[in-house]
Design a protein. Structure first.
Lengths: 365, 280
């Protein structure tokens, strides 16, 4: 039951900066997800909060208490690791009760709390087994149970689902979400999987090279990415980014995508694009709509025709691949029909769905 | 048919090699239970005409007559080997853990230094050790021998336990520490039990090394106070005669505890040496 606060948190390995001046307030009961490519400093941040990694600078508060100098054991946080890290020489029961045994909690109380956790996670049948006799999903559940039993101030998850297969991952994701709703505790969750981040988080932090790129709710970071990195990292398939020239003609501003494709610049962007020569535009695959299952055409749309290079039917949708200014572009066709390679298809883009990024800084315009 | 012949010839080969390897041992056992002249008989008398436990009764002064104080030597051996093993494995365990888990300045160099210490032939240290021990007055004491054996075994046990601790995922101790353990509690409750078989194997090796050691003990031990079994064996060497039967008997006394120990821990020994099954 506690909020967590990071002030100017910094971690350096020699000259290499792993985390740079991180400032963050995590209110009680929030599900916060740290997401980013490997090496972005997300796990390091988590480990610093847990006390497993020494911090180079800054302060960490858990429940308004400065914990910089505290041992992991005194921080009252529980961590769930990617490789489960169950104690192989103990049964499921003993694994769950270990932290309480160390804390010299009464035996009856231990039994009671282990029983609770076992019920929450549906481990009744497995209590007497050793970790080696459990499947991956069961192990992960025990690892979570071990964290629950302690009743920590905050749960720390370090890529807990990465070792599971795709189906189990989806299932466990739901369970983690439910667990959070039941327990009402602060959760800090590290993952490199943006789907996990989107589905689980109250708030997402996207990190890169030790810096926070953006903080926001899943919808916010999806709809209003602050830069190209966030735009391409969040969402699957990644956002199409196209390099375009800006052309002035007859008092109008045009965006030239490639030789044959030019769009009129939307009015509200004219001011900011006027003095630029180049711009990056970003369009999500689902916003490039084939005309035959499209939105009604009106002036606010860009329309163009392309030859399809490749079509991947996925059942509910078909992903269409074509080239724009020599870049491969993905479009999503909902309500799919069979598409032949080499077919000409007319696409439409609603201009309010187009993201503009500065060519040099890659920041949103 | 060919298959059968192949199989039979294979087993004959195995049997032959087995006999070849075990022959000295068998010879010692057989010779321990027969009179001296029979040992020296030519051609060799493989199966004794007369079995006797004369050497053993003499050695352990069962009929009042003592040839060699074997019991005292046995006790010396047990005490020296056990104590030096316990000390060496305790230090080795801590050292191995430190090498496996912590980063400190000069870590690799220190490790290399320890390994090089193993490479020095023990016998080359005998003279300096003798002079040093004589000067500080611990020559001919169990303490002196224990000291030497500990020094001899520590690099070895560090090297072995370091490997075993390395194979335990780092997360084991980390999760224990977030579970409320101090670093030592995490070591004691989680990492030590997991490395147990490995540490056991290292301890057995250290024990056997001390149990069998001859070269250095022959320099440092002078009398019945500190002589171990291997050194005691030389008591059967007289100016003009050698009591082969006695030597073989004391060798049997030496072999049996080592053999029993190895049998008991054989399973652990193998699992210790092929460690690596620890997976969360």
């Amino acid at each position: 039951m506690a909020n967590v606060e990071l002030k100017n948190l910094t971690k350096k390995y020699g000259d290499v900066v792993a985390v740079q001046n991180m400032n963050l307030k995590i209110p009680h009961n929030e599900f916060l997800v740290l997401v980013g490519p490997s090496g972005c400093g997300k796990s390091t941040t988590l480990r610093m909060i847990a006390g497993l990694e020494e911090i180079t600078g800054g302060e960490i508060f858990i429940g308004n208490q400065l914990v910089n100098e505290k041992d992991p054991k005194d921080r009252n946080v529980s961590m769930v690791f990617q490789n489960y890290a169950l104690y192989p020489h103990m049964t499921v029961e003993e694994n769950l009760g270990f932290s309480l045994k160390i804390a010299k909690v009464e035996k009856k109380e231990i039994e009671q709390r282990v029983k609770e956790a076992v019920q929450i996670l549906g481990l009744e049948e497995l209590q007497k087994r050793k970790p080696s006799q459990l499947s991956g999903g069961q192990r992960q559940r025990v690892a979570m149970g071990r964290a629950i039993v302690r009743r920590p101030d905050a749960f720390l998850f370090d890529e807990p689902l990465s070792n599971l297969d795709a189906k189990l991952r989806t299932q466990m994701r739901t369970e983690i979400k439910k667990l959070h709703q039941n327990l009402k505790t602060t959760v800090i969750y590290v993952t490199h999987d943006q789907v996990e981040a989107m589905t689980l988080a109250d708030r997402i932090i996207i990190m890169k090279d030790g810096y926070i790129e953006q903080i926001g709710s899943p919808i916010e970071v999806f709809n209003k990415p602050v830069n190209v990195f966030v735009a391409t990292f969040i969402g699957s398939p990644p956002m199409n980014i196209i390099e375009c020239d800006i052309i002035k003609k007859d008092n109008n501003l045009f965006i030239q995508v490639d030789k044959n494709t030019t769009f009129l610049c939307p009015k509200e962007k004219i001011n900011s694009l006027e003095n630029l020569k180049k711009v990056l535009i970003g369009i999500r695959a689902e916003d490039i709509v084939p005309l035959d299952n499209a939105i009604t055409s009106n002036n606010a749309n860009w329309t163009f025709e392309k030859i399809i290079d490749l079509a991947e039917p996925l059942g509910t949708e078909t992903q269409l691949f074509f080239k724009l200014s020599n870049k491969e572009i993905i479009s999503r066709m909902y309500n799919p029909r069979p598409v032949n390679i080499g077919e000409n298809i007319i696409f439409q883009i609603a201009i309010n769905k187009v993201h503009f990024f500065n060519y040099e800084t890659e920041k949103t315009i | 048919m060919m298959k059968h012949i192949k199989k039979i010839s294979f087993w004959f080969l195995v049997l032959f090699l087995l006999i070849l390897i075990c022959m000295p041992g068998i010879w010692i056992f057989v010779s321990a239970f027969r009179p001296n002249p029979e040992i020296l008989a030519k051609p060799a008398n493989w199966i004794p005409d007369r079995w006797t436990i004369h050497q053993f009764t003499q050695m352990f002064s069962i009929n009042g007559y003592v040839s060699v104080p074997a019991f005292k030597y046995l006790m010396n051996s047990v005490i020296i080997s056990s104590v030096s093993t316990v000390i060496a494995i305790t230090i080795g365990m801590m050292g191995g853990y430190a090498f496996a888990r912590f980063n400190f300045k000069g870590k690799n160099k220190i490790f290399l230094g320890l390994m090089l210490a193993r490479a020095v032939p023990g016998i080359s240290l005998s003279l300096p050790l003798f002079i040093l021990f004589a000067k500080i007055g611990i020559i001919n004491t169990s303490f002196g021998v224990i000291l030497v054996y500990v020094a001899m075994n520590v690099p070895f046990t560090i090297w072995l336990t370091d490997g075993f601790f390395r194979q335990i995922p780092k997360e084991m101790s980390e999760v224990a520490r977030t579970d409320g353990c101090t670093r030592f509690q995490a070591f004691w409750n989680v990492e030590l039990p997991l490395a147990g078989p490995g540490i056991g194997a290292a301890a057995i090796f250290a024990f056997l090394l001390s149990w069998n050691e001859y070269a250095l003990a022959s320099i440092i031990t002078r009398t019945v106070h500190s002589k171990t079994l291997p050194i005691g064996m030389m008591d059967y060497l007289d100016e003009f005669t050698i009591n082969w039967a006695g030597m073989c008997a004391i060798a049997v006394v030496m072999i049996i505890p080592a053999l029993i120990l190895t049998f008991i821990v054989q399973k652990h020994l193998v699992s210790g040496l092929t460690f690596g099954g620890v997976k969360g």
